[in-house]
Write a protein that binds this ligand. Sequence first.
Ligand code: KG4
Ligand code: ZN
Length: 340
Amino acid sequence: MSQQNCYILGIESSCDDTAAAVINNGIILSNVVATQTIHKEYGGVVPELASRAHQQNIVPVVHQALRKANIDKKDLSAIAFTSGPGLMGSLLVGTSFSKSFAFGLGIPLIDVNHMQAHILAHFIKAEGQTAPSFPFLALTISGGHTQIVKVTNYFEMEILGETIDDAVGEAFDKSGKILGLPYPAGPHIDAHAKAGDPHRFSFTKPKVGPLEFSFSGLKTAVLYFIEREVAANPQFISENINDICASLQYTIVDYLMDKIKNAVKKTGIKTVAIGGGVSANSGIRNALKEAESTYGWTTHIPRFEYCTDNAAMIAIVGELKYKQHAFAKNTVVAKARMKL
Ligand code: KG4
Ligand code: ZN
């Protein structure tokens, strides 16, 4: 089969989304995600429940992705899957399924690093999305990671700085939990923030190295602030939820922007791309757009469906690796921790 006409199935199961997508020549033909709702009642992802739900979902999700792409499994050229980083039990489901499926079909298997995929999602050909030119800076912000990466080529990436404790998504989710918001709280904080005053309350930005991040102190600051205010007025949260969320989001976005500015200053690279679930946040999206005119940056913000965990990003990496014949051995294993 010519490389132009290859069909790659991407499979993602690193955390709590079971996802499958089919790509053909950079264009996504289907992108199916089954988000596990079971974790909502626990206020966070329960690894044991996540792997069970992946086992339940993986066959129907893959079936649906093939049907939506209007292709038969025999048309597939290769299978790309997330081999890490992530929750081991979750990764094992996608890894074992992909290995068996590829072996059964007699086609190559391609292992994909989840964090590289968040960055390379920018290379999916889609309306309203242009691929960044090399070199560029990638800010990967999710529930599990917060990193600034210098991207020199598709698979030449260097971490310039990362969080020393919590990820930024955790800062949103844990603060939201304190405020009584449902899990994951990021989108709820974002929605409340739109109607609030970002300067009503102030939270101190954690002090660490210029390219490092720290979020655990912020969560504690929110906890003490809320405990103090609620002791004086039990209705404090409900009466001020929009302003609290707007002020918290303002602090987090400003902090992220400080770090990107430091990275631009250090590297001289003015092309900035964001990825990961938190890049769906309207505050960071607006701040980056503003930076285009204020600082002359070129910014790249992925389409919403390619921000949060998805298999389209796994499929694009699969296609890039397929073109290089970078196939996995049949002894490949999932890894909870993995370098870029
Ligand atoms: O990339 P992702 O789907 O999964 C991980 O790999 O972690 O990211 C999920 C994270 C959660 O922490 C969620 O609260 C956050 O992304 N998130 C947001 C928004 N949408 C999702 N955070 C802030 N604002 C949003 N609009
Ligand atoms: Zn992710």
